[in-house]
Design a protein around this ligand. Structure first.
Ligand code: KG4
Ligand code: ZN
Length: 389
């Protein structure tokens, strides 16, 4: 079969990204322009600023992606863009740009669900390693700053003899996403933005057994186990998450231990630095903070792993995918690996680079749609709360 080149475009949150992927598995370029510096002073993504930065970044990022791939617009077979879910204004920049480009070049346009993109980041890299046989059903945990979703994925043959995937949502967060909890806890402890990577690094220096956040959450796990026993009713089991409670619990600990003054001193100290390094942040942290973040990370990791494995057992999943920004977390990976090894369940993660938002995953997810000629209509638009089915 002739190779197919897809130009992927992603702008759903705070990264403007473009990539060229050949035949759904060879990444010829993967350019990600991060807006971290813009949002850092606010301790979180400011939607209006995100849209403005996407507008500024999209053209240079697409050009760089083509240049790095040594391709021109003529070589491109299709343009793929994230339709949703995400920030409405941010998505609109990518969608409008992709539509205009597709129209001007007379190339097909493919709309991709961002969450399917994260799932395809795993597939893309497994194919690169030569692992083409995935056993279904696949249970995918998509865990990022905006999502903590569990999908049961099945493969279906289409009329054209090609396989496509369908997804059933079997769990999600009822409030904050796991990555959001990392970001909010980092903000309240004055550790900087985004919270995940810095908490991961600081947690390595703390004692994770200092604070027992996990205890109250055990009850939820118990309920899920209970559901497992009744799993005779298909579709009845739900494996929902909740991460707003732990953020409040961290705040309570800060108050209870009288850490507020130390937190504010750190905030003032780090505010004087343009972009504090991990070493500078670490130097500004007393032992109590390190123990607190280590305990927080342990509780979140334990909750994500326990519920996902309970879902995998109940739903008789053959394979587990863990993807999205939080999947970059080494403690999460290690815990999944340790506990799936005991159960004999295959677990796959994307590389850390493809865990966070990127456009290679969007181009990869578009490839089966190109083969099935599933193109977006010219009227399609961005959808902030697009569901994955
Ligand atoms: O997938 P992503 O780039 O964007 C969304 O779709 O949200 O994920 C970003 C999120 C942020 O909340 C960030 O704090 C979190 O992923 N994150 C991490 C790590 N790296 C990024 N969380 C925990 N540990 C990490 N190493
Ligand atoms: Zn994402």
């Amino acid at each position: 079969m002739r190779p197919a080149y897809i130009l992927g475009i992603e702008s759903s949150c705070d990264e403007t990204a473009a990539a060229v992927v050949r035949s759904g598995e060879h990444v010829e370029s993967n350019v990600v322009s991060s807006q971290i510096a813009t949002h850092q002073p606010y301790g979180g993504v400011v939607p209006e600023l995100a849209s403005r930065e996407h507008l500024r970044g999209i053209l240079p990022v697409v050009r760089q992606a083509l240049e790095e791939a040594h391709r021109t617009y003529d070589d491109i077979d299709a343009i793929a863009v994230t339709q949703g879910p995400g920030l409405a204004g941010a998505l609109l920049v990518g969608v409008t740009y992709a539509k205009a480009l597709a129209w001007a070049l007379a190339k097909p346009l493919i709309a991709v669900n961002h969450l399917e993109g994260h799932i395809h980041a795993v597939l893309l890299e497994e194919k690169q390693k030569g692992n083409r046989e995935v056993s279904f059903p696949v249970l995918a945990l998509v865990v990022s700053g905006g999502h903590t979703h569990l999908y049961l994925a099945q493969e279906h043959a289409t009329g054209s003899g090609r396989a496509t995937w369908t997804y059933q949502n079997v769990g999600q967060t009822r409030d904050d996403a796991a990555g959001e909890a990392f970001d909010k806890v980092a903000k309240l402890l004055a550790l900087g933005y985004p919270g995940g990577p810095i908490i991961e690094k600081l947690a390595a220096h703390g004692n994770a057994r200092t604070v027992e956040f996990g205890r109250s959450r055990m009850k939820t796990r118990g309920k899920i186990r209970g559901k497992r026993l009744q799993a005779a009713e298909p579709g009845a089991a739900r494996f929902d998450f909740s991460f707003s409670g732990i953020k409040t619990a961290v705040l309570r600990e800060v108050e209870r231990r009288g850490m507020k003054t130390a937190v504010e001193a750190r905030r003032a100290k780090l505010a004087r630095l343009t972009r504090p390094t991990t070493e500078q942040t670490l130097a500004a942290c007393e032992r109590e903070t390190l123990d607190l973040v280590a305990s927080f990370q342990r509780a979140v990791v334990d909750d994500l792993v326990s519920k996902t494995l309970a879902a995998a057992q109940t739903l008789e999943a053959e394979t587990l995918f863990v993807t999205g920004g939080v999947a970059a977390n080494r403690a999460l990976r290690a815990e999944f690996e340790r506990r799936t090894a005991a159960e004999g369940l295959a677990v796959y993660f994307p590389s850390r680079q493809l865990s966070t938002d990127n456009a290679a995953m969007i181009a990869a997810a578009a490839y089966p749609k190109l083969l099935a000629r599933e193109f977006a209509s010219p009227e399609f638009s961005a959808e902030a709360s697009l569901a994955l089915r």
